[in-house]
Design a protein. Structure first.
Length: 212
């Protein structure tokens, strides 16, 4: 659990309401896009990636989730090891059913040489039509200088933070069609009561949902 990408991946079946991991404002809304009676299977490779300093806490949290719900399993693996994650997830899940594939706040922990868009593409091959792909990703569009400083702080602590521009994040959807409102700052993704709030432009991440 010491590697920033060595973490737990939660998978669920027969769940009418998706797992909600409030890594930032809007996560629940992203996940909740699936139509009524549609997605009830979820694969969350992003679980825990941003919190490397709390790795042991994450292990405990994962164990408690599994103990409380026999429709949930936790795969302890590197999210880049796609075959291992999908193989173990397949012991519980039926990938012939529409699936919610959640990359929430994790792909900015993957360096370019590991090809984050390619990793997402490999997961996409496992899910059925009618599935949804959810991605949120840190961006340096508002201020490259500030985010560069944040990346340097992360690096000094042994972590990885690679904010990317909107076009680079869009490529991670691998050409899948995004649902309305597309790829936007997370504060603008279907805000509650239609109001993103006075600080909406200060969001430092884009997010979107694509139909598979």
């Amino acid at each position: 659990m010491s590697h920033p990408l060595k973490h737990d991946h939660r998978v669920e079946r027969d769940n009418p309401a998706p797992p909600q991991w409030p890594s930032y404002k809007g996560t629940a809304e992203f996940i909740g896009v699936s139509p009524s009676g549609g997605v009830t299977v979820y694969v969350d490779p992003s679980l825990g990636a941003p919190a490397i300093q709390n790795a042991q806490d994450l292990v405990g949290d994962a164990d408690r989730v599994v103990a409380a719900n026999d429709a949930t399993a936790v795969v302890r693996a590197d999210l880049r090891d796609v075959d291992e994650v999908l193989s173990k997830a397949g012991e519980l899940l039926d990938f012939s059913r529409p699936t919610g594939l959640l990359f929430v706040g994790c792909l900015h922990h993957i360096v370019d040489s590991d090809d984050p868009a390619g990793i997402v593409a490999r997961y996409l091959t496992a899910v059925a039509p009618g599935s949804y792909l959810v991605i949120s990703h840190a961006t340096d569009d508002p201020s490259p200088e500030k985010m560069r400083a944040n990346s340097e702080v992360a690096e000094s602590s042994g972590a990885i933070l690679i904010p990317r521009g909107k076009d680079a994040i869009l490529r991670m959807f691998n050409g899948r069609e995004l649902v309305d409102p597309g790829l936007v700052l997370v504060s603008y993704w279907r805000p509650e009561n239609g109001d993103p709030g006075p600080n909406a432009d200060r969001a430092w991440a884009y997010g979107g949902v694509a139909a598979v």
